[in-house]
Design a protein around this ligand. Structure first.
Ligand code: ADP
Ligand code: MG
Length: 719
């Protein structure tokens, strides 16, 4: 591989040196390439930067000028105000930062600063900056002149820190940008034939537009190109994983006999929805083909995913295989087992439950049954993927993901497939010790609908199936937004339902980091509610710190109507299905994501009675507007889109992938779906034609993948 200029350590760039290079490292800038990718975080159109003479009281404005004088002014209320007089060719204006005397150390006389904020009247016009940037340092006029000469009509602001302030970054870029852009072409991985039809600039041009845009539009075009690259490499990894999981080795070709599928069909007291029929067709087709299925099933709350999964499991079983369903918690595994047992009652199929709380004897028995193939269906927790669990012939692994399993665990049940590792004694049950059995098909189910762009990003290695239709005859849940002061009214409404013989939930948020205090909240509230508010009602308490047995006890009591009201943390979020429950009160609703609230709301409205979801929320208009989305629609996919738009992808990734770094700096999943689809199509085309990326045409892609996406490759264990 040839020497790349962009590999040059920043230390050897102009104006950097060893000391600054150390500081740059903290911004994860180690090489010239890193610097090139350190693009401005903000662009100001020069036409929106006003001459200070034109600033008027009442405006929200951006101005750029030199600090003529500055100082801290004490006031009678002991509030200390930092003030700076800003001057440009047109005149002067005072900028004031009440309560921030320390700025005296940051802003010096002679500095050129960019300020944005409201213009107020206070002994004349005064700008109160929300944001400011020291654009160039006093006494460095020379560089500044250069900077002004090369800058276009757009003013750029780089991401900076206290240690590498804006003016240092600007100088470093001024001195090195020409050189960086000259070599930016080294980063190119696509030929013009690929880029042109997509309307994307070449990589060097994209960097130029990002660092030195003539217009805001140009900067956006530069961003799109880098976003495309990010999305492409992400989809490329997905495509490689997909190839490894589904194409490299043959899968199981299931034989559909209908011996089990038909009786289940006939025993159902309802018709399948159109979406269920369509999705089952997709699944059956995959399963009966020689290719291994790895599929992601998304559906709204109550859309009937479990039933779809059960049909798929029965196809595996009637074809002579075993099927397993893995749930993220014991409570859920138990619920699934109950539900499935009741649905297959007439088929007389044994359904085993394997969780961590089985006693030694029950566990040994279950393991033996799985090993010998006597147990066709098993539901469990991650206990299913632990050492010692061996299937005779696992054909289908269903993973009820609920966003709690990581990527590796997701596929671990599928890898279980090949049975016992050789030489561990149990492989005798697996036949002649010849070829390993094909790995089982995998069906991943997600409880909460997520937008397509996010689904393709998180689960791009899987094929997507969408259950976007609810069974008919459901009354939509009425959703109300209430303030904490209205709590008595909320309790009165709840009491009315309880008096009519129905049941209800009151849910408190549980944020993992502060689990203890939240737990106290639910526990204390339980005491208060059961003693003071609803002394004549039977009030239960459910939270994650109860043992499996205790939880099951509480749930059983609630299911069987021995409890009227269930005070709970978010453990009720998923799977719990009590059709007599008609009220869901959610406290501190402002602390939940919309999708999570939607999921919680799905716990009511499961029967024929009218149901209510009452969101008790603090906070201002913005927080309440967000919650209003939920009151306005019951479409989980729409809610997820809004959630993505309002909260941003970082949060979604955080919530769903345990803070895993999304590595998406340029792409915005709420805006770039079309771009993502293009990236995905291209990535799949590349892998289909050249799964090992050996072709000379893919050399740059492969190098870039290894160089810049190592972490991700590692995570997916490909390459
Ligand atoms: P999900 O897991 O998608 O939230 P479930 O599979 O738990 O939904 O289904 C919710 C309820 O709807 C269950 O009681 C199930 O038996 C029922 N159900 C599933 N499919 C249908 C259908 N086509 N018509 C009516 N009810 C259905
Ligand atoms: Mg198959």
């Amino acid at each position: 591989m040839g020497y790349a200029h962009l590999d040059r350590p920043v230390q050897f760039l102009k104006g950097v040196g060893p000391k600054r290079a150390d500081i740059f490292k903290k911004l994860t800038i180690g090489t010239a390439r890193d610097l090139l990718y350190h693009v401005p975080r903000r662009y100001d159109d020069a036409s929106t930067i006003l001459p200070v003479a034109r600033l008027e009281v009442g405006m929200d404005a951006t101005a750029l000028g030199r600090v003529r004088s500055r100082g801290v002014i004490p006031t009678r209320s002991r509030l200390r105000i930092f003030q700076a007089v800003l001057e440009d060719e047109s005149g002067m204006i005072t900028c004031a930062w009440p309560g921030q005397p320390w700025l005296e150390r940051k802003i010096r006389e002679g500095d050129r600063i960019l300020v944005t904020g409201p213009v107020k009247f206070f002994h004349g016009r005064q700008l109160h900056p929300r944001e400011f940037t020291v654009v160039s340092r006093a006494g460095k006029e020379e560089e500044e002149e250069k900077a002004r000469g090369s800058a276009g009509a757009i003013f750029t602001t780089y991401p900076s820190t206290d240690e590498i302030p804006q003016w240092v970054l600007r100088r470093v870029f001024e001195e090195n940008l020409d050189w960086l852009l000259e070599h930016a072409g080294e980063e190119e991985v696509f030929p013009a034939e690929v880029l042109d039809p997509l309307g994307l600039p070449g990589i060097a041009e994209a960097f130029r537009r990002l660092h030195r845009p003539e217009t805001l539009q140009a900067a956006e075009e530069g961003r799109r190109r880098l976003a495309f690259d990010e999305l492409f490499f992400l989809q490329l990894i997905h495509a490689l994983v997909r190839w490894r999981e589904t194409e490299r080795e043959p899968g199981i070709r299931f034989q559909r006999t209908n011996a089990l599928i038909r009786p289940l069909h006939e025993s159902l007291p309802f018709r399948l929805t159109g979406a269920q029929v369509r999705v089952l067709q997709e699944i059956y087709e995959d399963m009966t083909s020689p290719r291994r299925m790895t599929r992601f099933l998304q559906g709204d709350v109550g859309a009937g995913k479990t039933l779809v999964a059960l049909f798929a499991m029965l196809l595996a079983v009637e074809s002579g295989h075993q099927a397993a369903l893995m749930a993220p918690t014991e409570l859920l595994a138990e619920q699934h087992a109950l539900k499935i047992r009741s649905m297959v009652e007439e088929l007389e199929l044994p359904v085993a439950l394997l969780t961590g709380s089985l006693d030694a004897r029950a566990r040994a028995e279950t393991l033996e049954g799985l090993r010998e193939g006597r147990i066709p269906l098993v539901v469990g927790t991650h206990a299913l993927i632990q050492e010692g669990v061996v299937f005779r012939q696992l054909g289908l692994a269903v993973v009820d993901e609920q966003h709690r399993f990581g990527v590796r665990q997701r596929m671990a049940l599928g890898d279980r497939a090949s049975g016992a590792p050789a030489g561990k004694g149990a492989d005798g049950a697996r036949g002649k010790g010849s070829d390993p059995l094909p790995r089982p098909d995998v069906l991943v189910m997600s409880a909460t609908p997520i937008p397509r762009s996010l689904a393709l990003t998180l689960y791009g290695d899987l094929d997507l199936s969408l259950l976007d239709e609810l069974p008919p005859g459901r009354t939509p849940v009425t959703t109300l937004l209430r303030r904490p002061e209205q709590r008595d009214e909320v309790y009165a409404g709840l009491e009315k339902e309880l008096a009519a013989g129905r049941q209800g939930y009151i849910v408190y948020p549980l944020v993992e980091e502060s689990e203890k205090s939240d737990l106290r909240a639910a526990t204390q509230e339980h005491a208060r509610l059961s003693q003071e508010v609803f002394p004549h009602r039977r009030v239960g308490l459910l939270h994650g710190k109860l043992s499996g047995e205790e939880k099951e006890g509480v749930m059983k009591a609630f299911r069987e109507g021995e409890l009227d009201l269930l005070v709970a943390t978010t453990v009720v979020e998923v799977g719990i299905d009590v059709s007599n429950a008609t009220v869901m009160v959610i406290e501190h609703a402002e602390r939940f994501g919309l999708s999570q609230l939607h999921q919680l709301r799905g716990r009511v409205g499961r029967g024929a009675e009218r149901s209510w979801c009452i969101l008790v929320a603090e906070g201002g208009d913005v927080a309440r507007e967000r919650l209003q989305v939920l009151a306005g629609t019951t479409d989980g996919f729409e809610i997820a889109r809004q959630d993505l738009r309002l909260r941003g992808q970082g949060d979604l990734f955080g919530a769903q992938q345990h803070g895993r770094d999304p590595l998406l700096r340029f792409a915005d999943l709420s805006r770039d779906e079309a771009l993502l689809l293009e990236a995905r199509t291209l990535a799949r085309k590349v892998v289909e034609s050249d799964p090992e990326l050996e072709a000379p045409a893919h050399e740059a892609i492969r190098r870039h993948l290894e160089l810049r996406h190592r972490e991700r490759l590692e995570m997916w264990k490909v390459g």
